[in-house]
Write a protein that binds this ligand. Structure first.
Ligand code: TYM
Length: 328
């Protein structure tokens, strides 16, 4: 049976981008595949969080993922730092990762620009840790959003390179997985780019009705089209993309038609969008609160997941050590 793996950095609450970019696909696949889901707490160390922040964020993300429908009876859910074999594989992959290729990764270059005072080695080698996360369980499919495409390409490259250096066909080259024909990029509400926690433009699954409405009503728009069937500027296209994701086809078609006839009232569109986002988030929100209050349950889930993930990772590491020439 093929293996599916997905992960998230615990640096804030889950937003619609995380859900529609990765979680939704994972939840769908969990019934038919051997599935691993993990919380990438080592990755989050690149921003130097305080110990309490890490503890809290890991707990929140775990509750949120369970609330989204990840079933611990079907998928193995674990915290990255519980599986130390990942760090060992990261070390081996780093020996075959070159400075030039790591420096060319777009997200690294962005960080160099945005946080010049903290360009640490963890940021540089982020793609090799991510590759270790994935190939340690020999994952075939990795549900991710568009922003992770370059990291996925690096993971394939590191898997291939390991096989080539040691003359083996050991690691599988992992493929990105999306439910639609192309990778998902859920837009933000600020008129440009993707929805993200660091972009400050996100709607979180935990947001209540009032917060959602406030955020959506503030979304950037323009004065409306003056020619029928005009192309939508980015800010407007983004609102329509969100509508396409959370609303019914009829609703989308209705507003699209209004836009094409130059009769669009953005206030009505936003009101409907806010309502539909709330209808989507509200049951998840209730489950998050319920699950987060049951610490024993969460501890049990993380403990069982860690044991299962460690077993799978340890097997890979025994074989990898043998291939490299170490005592197994
Ligand atoms: P992270 O924590 O930034 O995001 C988690 C997942 O959510 C997706 N995502 C989006 N998808 C579509 N539109 C958006 N606006 C949007 N925002 C976020 C991301 O693509 C991702 O799938 N490096 C990873 C964490 C990670 C990982 C891994 C993922 C570490 N090791 C191994 C998969 C496999 C990250 O920072 O994702």
């Amino acid at each position: 049976m093929e293996t599916v793996l997905s992960g998230i950095r615990p640096t804030g609450n889950l937003h619609l981008g995380n859900y529609f970019g990765a979680v939704q696909a994972f939840v769908k696949l969990q019934h038919a595949y051997n599935c691993f889901f993990f919380i990438a707490d080592w990755h989050s160390l690149t921003t130097h969080p305080k110990p309490d922040n890490i503890r809290n964020s890991v707990k929140i993300i775990l509750a949120e993922y369970l609330a989204c429908g990840i079933d611990p009876e079907k998928a193995t859910i674990y915290v990255q730092s519980d599986v130390r074999e990942v760090a060992e594989l990261y070390l081996y992959l780093n020996m075959n990762a070159y400075l030039g290729e790591l420096e060319r990764v777009t997200s690294f270059k962005d960080k160099v620009r945005s946080q010049p005072d903290n360009i640490n080695a963890g940021l540089l080698t982020y793609p090799s840790l991510m590759a270790a996360d994935i190939i340690i369980h020999k994952a075939h499919k990795v549900p991710v959003g568009k922003d992770q495409e370059q990291n996925m390409e690096m993971a394939r490259r590191f898997a291939r390179r390991f096989n080539m250096i040691y003359g083996v066909e050991y690691f599988t080259e992992p493929q990105s997985f999306h439910l639609t024909d192309k990778a998902m990029k859920v837009p933000g509400l600020d008129g440009s780019g993707k929805m993200g926690k660091s972009e400050g433009n996100a709607i979180y699954l935990i947001d209540d009705e009032k917060t959602i409405k406030k955020k959506v009503m503030k979304a950037v728009t323009d004065s409306g089209p003056t020619e029928p069937n005009s192309e939508k500027p980015e800010a407007i296209a983004n609102l329509f993309t969100l509508l396409e994701i959370v609303s019914s086809k009829d609703t989308y078609d209705y507003f699209n038609e209004k836009y094409n006839q130059c009769e669009i009232r953005y206030g009505d569109l936003k009101k409907q969008l806010a309502e539909d986002i709330n209808a989507f988030c509200s049951p998840i929100r209730k489950r998050i609160i319920e699950i987060a209050s049951d610490e024993d349950y969460m501890k049990k889930v993380a403990g069982l997941g860690a044991a299962k993930a460690r077993e799978s990772a340890a097997k890979t590491l025994r074989e990898v050590r043998e291939i490299i020439g170490f005592r197994s």
